[in-house]
Structure formats: C-alpha cells, structure tokens
Design a protein around this ligand. Structure first.
Ligand SMILES: *[C@@H]1O[C@H](CO)[C@@H](O)[C@H](O)[C@H]1NC(C)=O
Length: 233
C-alpha cells in the first residue's frame, strides 16, 4: 500500500504546483507566459527572460535610467530631472538603483516633500513695503511678514522695522516725514544759518557805514584846528 501511495503523490504534487504557478510566482520571481522567472536586482533590468532551461539574464541600467526595486522589467525608468526653473536642484544624483533626489533652490520652499527630497517647490513670498520679514523662508516654510508700527519703516526686505531718522537730532531740516515704508528725508538746515549770517553782515555793514559817516562829519569841520594845532608847535 505504501508503494502505491508514493506512485500517485508525485504527479499530484506536480499538478498542484502548476496550478499554483498560474496563480502566483514567488516573491523574488515574475511571471512571463507560463514561467516564473527570477527577478533582476535593483539597478538592473531583464535582458532575456528565463526559460525552462536558463535563468533570467539581467543587465545594468545605463544613461540616466534606474530601477530601484527587484524587477522583471525590460526597460529601466528615466531619472527625474531637477528643473532649476521650477526651484529644484540635485540633492542626490541618479544612480542605477535609485532615482535622482531633488532639493529646493535657495529662495524656494517645498510644497510636496518626499522621504528625503521634494516633488513641488514654490518661491518664497516677498514682503510688501511697510512690512518686515519676521520669519525668513526656509526650505520647508514660506516667508512670514509683519507690519511696521509706530515711528518705524521697512521697504519689505528688512528683517526688522527701522526707526525713522530724526532730522532735528542731526541738526538737519526734515524735508519729508517718514512713512511705514520709507525713512524721513532730511536736508541741510539752510534758513537759520543764512539768516544769522545775513544779519551779522547787515549789522557789520551798517556799523562800518555809520562809523565812516561819523568820522567824516567830525573830520571836515575840525580839520583846520588840527592843522593849526600842528603849526603852533
Ligand atoms: C530695500 O532697501 C535695501 C537697502 O537699503 C535694498 O538693498 C533693497 O533692494 C530694497 N528693497 C526693495 C524691495 O526696495
């Protein structure tokens, strides 16, 4: 009886195996026709499918192509291009077994982060005049802007609002008052010094003219006396 059983078990196992292979291949295998072929390792693609007699023949991915998983593919995938026009730079170059990893360019932040890269980037917002950059943008966050208050201003690119220049403490004249987006404008304090100088000039001139006029008035009537006085010596 034992011999009779073993005669039948082998064909039964073969039938079951072929039914099983129609449903699924092993984890490291792929199906091609009736065959379950061993997969190629990451970085390689299928060159020739396996046959009843030969194993799968694999070749490496070349020319900016990759395959990052065990596979039964006859073509490698094209590496992602990190387009600087979209705010990307290469963070990790493409390898046969892994795709390019893109990072964000300076001045951009990531909208769609992946495990170690970024799929979508956006330029940092700029602040408006009257606002300052309260938090500079990072690779993952946008710029945060805040309004200037009080006697301060920012043109939108400052990291804090600057106090308006106080023209009077510089002994200057204010030409334009400051706003939240512009400094006050000072000019040379023209009128007071000129007024003082002109006043001084006028006073001096008048004084000189007066002195001359007085001398003349004194000199002429008494000139004879002086001459006479000289002669008497
Ligand atoms: C703001 O002022 C700084 C320095 O004064 C200048 O470099 C910058 O270009 C200005 N930014 C804008 C947005 O006008």
């Amino acid at each position: 009886m034992a011999q009779f059983e073993s005669l039948w078990t082998i064909p039964i196992i073969l039938v079951l195996e072929s039914i099983g292979s129609c449903i699924a291949c092993g984890r490291a295998e792929y199906r091609i026709g009736d065959e379950c072929c061993p997969m190629c390792s990451p970085g390689n693609r299928v060159y020739k499918h396996c046959t009843e007699f030969t194993s799968t023949s694999c070749v490496p991915c070349v020319d900016a192509t990759f395959l990052d998983e065990p596979n039964g593919l006859i073509k490698c995938k094209v590496c992602t291009n990190c387009d600087p026009g979209l705010g990307f730079k290469v963070k990790q170059p493409c390898r046969p077994s892994s795709d390019t990893v893109c990072g964000t360019l300076e001045g951009f932040y990531c909208l769609d982060p992946t495990k170690d890269g970024c799929r979508a980037a956006q330029r940092h917002s700029s602040c408006l005049p009257g606002q300052y950059i309260s938090h500079a943008g990072t690779t993952s966050t946008d710029t945060v802007c805040s309004d200037c208050t009080g006697d301060t201003y920012s043109n939108g690119s400052f990291t804090s609002c600057q106090p308006h220049t106080q023209c009077d403490t510089l002994k200057l004249q204010q030409i334009k008052p400051g706003t939240h987006w512009s400094d006050s404008e000072c000019g040379p304090q023209t009128s007071p010094p000129i007024a003082i100088i002109s006043a001084v000039v006028v006073v001096v001139v008048v004084a000189v003219m007066a002195a001359v006029a007085i001398r003349r008035k004194i000199k002429y009537p008494v000139s004879g006396e002086i001459i006479l006085g000289n002669c008497t010596v």
